[in-house]
Each structure stands twice: as C-alpha cells, then as structure tokens.
Write a protein that binds this ligand. Structure first.
Ligand code: AMP
Ligand code: GLY
Length: 429
C-alpha cells in the first residue's frame, strides 16, 4: 500500500487526485497545496510545490512512496535532482522528469535548438538576445506575417505574442529584451515562423526506455468563442481528436515522439514522466509548437476520465521501467470539458463569489475544482479558471450537448464559459 504526495492546485491536480484515490494500492494521498476538490480525495497540506526542503521533510514524515508532480515549475527548478541528491528518491517513485528533461519546457531556445539538431519538425526560428538583436530584426523582415515571439523561459502561459504588424513585432522584440517585458524569461527570445493549421495536444508517458501514447486531446486556448480574444490557460478540451487518425498518429510517433525520446537519451538525459507535445497539423503533417514537461490543463480533465487503469499500478510499472508490460485501458467514449471562469479572466478577475449547484450532476459528468476555496459556508471562487466540467458520451455531439446542459446547474456571479467547445470538430464525423 502506498502513501502518495501530489503537487499542484489546479483542475489537472483534482483529476490526478481522483484517479489516485481510486487506486487499490493507495493508503493515504496528500496534496501540496491542493484545492477544494483534491480535499475530497485526500489530505491537503499547506506549502509550496516549489519548496524542495519542505517536500523532503514531508517524504520522511509521511513515509511517502510516490511523488506526482502536476505543474512544470518544480520540475524545471530541479525538484527531482534535489531529491535525488539527498538520496530521497532511492525507494520513492517520482512521476516527472529531472531538470535536464524539463528543459524541453523550461527553455524554448533549448527545445528549438534540440529539434533543429535532431531534425524534429517544428517552425523555422531564430534565437535572439541583446547581442544579436539585429539578426532578429532581419529574420522578422524575412518572414510573412503573422509573427511569433516567444520568451525563452517560463512565463506562466503568457510568454507568446502573435502579431500581424512588422513594426509592432520589432518593437515588442525590443520590449522583451531591453525593457524586461517578460522579466528574465524574455531576455532570450525565440522568433518563429507562423504555422497555419489545426492544433492538438499529444501526451506521452515514458519510463526512459518505453513509452505509451495517451489519448489525444484538443484544447481551446482563446477566451472567446470562435477562437477570439487573448490566450488563456485553456477554456475547454475534447478527447479523442477525430483528425488524429491512424496515419497522423503514425507520423507523430515516427517523426516526433521516437526521435525526441531517443535524442534525449543521446543527450544524456533520458526523459521520464509525462511529456506534452503541442502539435500543429499542417495539411496532415505534424509540427511541434511546444513541449511541456507535464500534463495539460484542461486536457487532463478530458483524458484521465477516459483512462480506466489503476494509476498507482501504472506508476509502479513506470518506476520499474516496465511500461511495455502495462496495457492502458481506455474508455472509447468522447470527453468534452468546459471551463467555467471568473469575470475578467485572463486579466484581473473577480474572486470570492459563492458557488452553488442547483441539482446533482448526472452520472456521466464529473466536476473538477480549480480556483475554488472551501469554507464552512460552502465553496467560493478563488481563481481565474474556477472549475472544469467533464462529460463523457458515445459521440462528440452527445458529450457536448450533455456538458452544456449540465453546466446550467452550476452558478456563481458573472460565471463565463465558451459556448463552442468541440464545435469545430463536429465536421470530422
Ligand atoms: P506556446 O506557449 O508555445 O504553446 O504558444 C501559445 C500558442 O501560440 C499556441 O498554442 C499556438 O496557438 C500559438 N503558436 C505558438 N507558436 C506558433 C507558431 N509557430 N505558429 C502558429 N501558432 C503558434
Ligand atoms: N492547456 C495547455 C497547457 O496546459 O499548457
């Protein structure tokens, strides 16, 4: 029986917590710091997932057998390396990569140079810093609009600008590098050619030797219907993705996943844990938009309800490097996830609105808490993305209509959700 420590506090972590709490190998689940939803699956602990010293202490005190990391920051900052250095990980399962692997997300310049070196398809790019900004300007002049500027480091999902006007692109490039627009994250900038296509999210779980492909998902990043307005963390998700057919998946495995994992081994840092590959489907060919060293949010809330396997058995096989012996049991139904957000999100948003649910959600629906604070008087909003509602049904059409009818039961003042999640995918059926 296992004691598990899960790090993070979003809807993704509630989805992890729910699955872990259902494992027959679980003794006790702790979540650092968790949210109102994870508190129903285990015990929330106070503290920061970035505090390696505090995590070491929890591992000793609570006799933790397995650590699962939801967000990227602790991984990019080297949590696994710090625990390994102090011999904490000798008998502890750690689901996630070390800092070398997490650099695929932690530095866009590292990821782009890595892809270039190993011939992994991605948009053409130029890495720019204060010493070669003129080359960046020249590169921008060689491109057709729109222009893509990316801060090299972690920027909480706000590090990418897509601009139509060349003068504005040059100005913003200078703002990144000289005016600290993105803080230290933007001191190095990746300028990319714009890829025209349809995006999807690909997830891999790997023990460093073997890998498994998880169901594909599609995320809806913009705040407004019809993919309008500013980027968000994600306003909804659908899984599976109808255009990720056998031919496309074959190309993704051959051209992207296998060379990426093999090349990371060659670079001396075999990747372990979940790898999230943001893909652009350009006329049937996959290109990498970004790597993330973690699961996606809200994609996880669409994918995990479709995984029927025991998560702790799965993580045990991962630790023993026997993932090739573990067959994932996938529910063939379609999941549609809607995010309910606070007014103002993704900018400054309202907080502390009481949340009510007028009647019980139907059996094929699951609610995952994200920005929710539990009090003696009930649940209150406490974040931009407040909750995720996942509906499972035999068809996308049913999953959508079911999700949109069930969400009517959930109320808080000025709640906002997109009304077109999954609508663009109906034409593929
Ligand atoms: P990222 O943080 O790298 O995922 O970028 C945020 C969003 O910007 C992506 O989800 C895409 O919608 C868009 N994007 C990033 N890079 C490109 C590109 N080279 N071409 C087109 N769109 C892009
Ligand atoms: N949904 C996109 C992300 O998790 O980065």
């Amino acid at each position: 029986m296992m004691n598990v420590l899960l790090l993070g506090s979003g809807g993704r972590e509630h989805a992890f917590a729910k699955k872990i709490s259902e494992s027959k190998l679980l003794n006790q689940l702790y979540i650092l710091p968790g949210n109102a939803g994870t508190a129903r699956c285990g015990q929330n602990l106070e503290g920061s997932p970035n505090d390696a010293e505090a995590i070491k202490k929890i591992v000793w005190e609570k006799d933790i057998h397995c650590i699962v990391v939801g967000p990227e920051e602790p991984l990019v900052k080297g949590l696994k390396d710090a625990l390994r250095k102090d011999d904490v990980l000798r008998d502890v399962i750690f689901v996630g990569p070390d800092a070398g692997g997490a650099a695929l997300e932690g530095s866009k310049a590292f990821a782009k140079n890595f892809m270039k070196k190993y011939g992994i398809p991605t948009a053409r790019f130029k890495e720019v810093n204060e010493t070669n900004i003129h080359e960046g300007i020249q590169f921008l002049e060689s491109l057709q609009p729109p222009y893509v500027l990316k801060a090299d480091g972690l920027a909480g999902g706000k590090g990418v600008l897509i601009l139509n006007n060349p003068d504005e692109a040059k100005e913003e490039l200078k703002n990144f590098i000289f005016k600290n627009k993105m803080g230290d994250a933007g001191k190095v900038v990746v300028i990319e050619e714009f890829l025209q296509g349809i995006e999807c999210s690909c997830f891999v779980f790997t023990d460093g030797i073997h890998y498994q492909l998880l169901p594909f998902a599609k995320d809806y990043k913009r705040i407004g219907d019809g993919d309008t307005g500013p980027n968000t963390g994600g306003m909804g998700a659908v899984s599976p993705v109808p255009f990720a057919d056998e031919d496309f998946v074959h190309k993704v495995r051959q051209r992207i996943i296998e060379p990426t994992l093999e090349s990371m081994r060659l670079e001396g840092c075999p990747y372990e844990g979940f790898l999230f590959i943001g893909l652009m489907n350009v006329g049937g060919d996959p290109y990498v938009i970004e790597f993330n060293c973690r699961m996606g949010d809200p994609e996880t809330e669409a994918i995990f309800p479709r995984i029927k396997s025991d998560f702790l058995e799965w993580f045990k096989c991962y630790h023993e490097k026997k993932l090739n012996q573990f067959v994932l049991d996938i529910d063939p139904r379609t999941a549609c996830v809607l995010i309910m957000a606070s007014k103002g999100y993704p900018d400054a948003y309202e907080k502390n609105k009481p949340i009510t649910i007028s009647s019980a959600l139907s059996g094929n629906c699951m609610l995952f808490a994200a920005g929710i604070r539990a009090t003696d008087e009930g649940w209150f909003t406490n974040g931009g993305r407040v909750l995720a509602l996942c509906s499972l049904a035999d068809t996308l059409h049913e999953a959508r209509s079911h999700a949109y009818s069930e969400i009517q039961k959930i109320h808080f003042e000025n709640a906002y959700f997109r009304t077109d999640i999954g609508a663009d995918l109906l034409k593929y059926y």
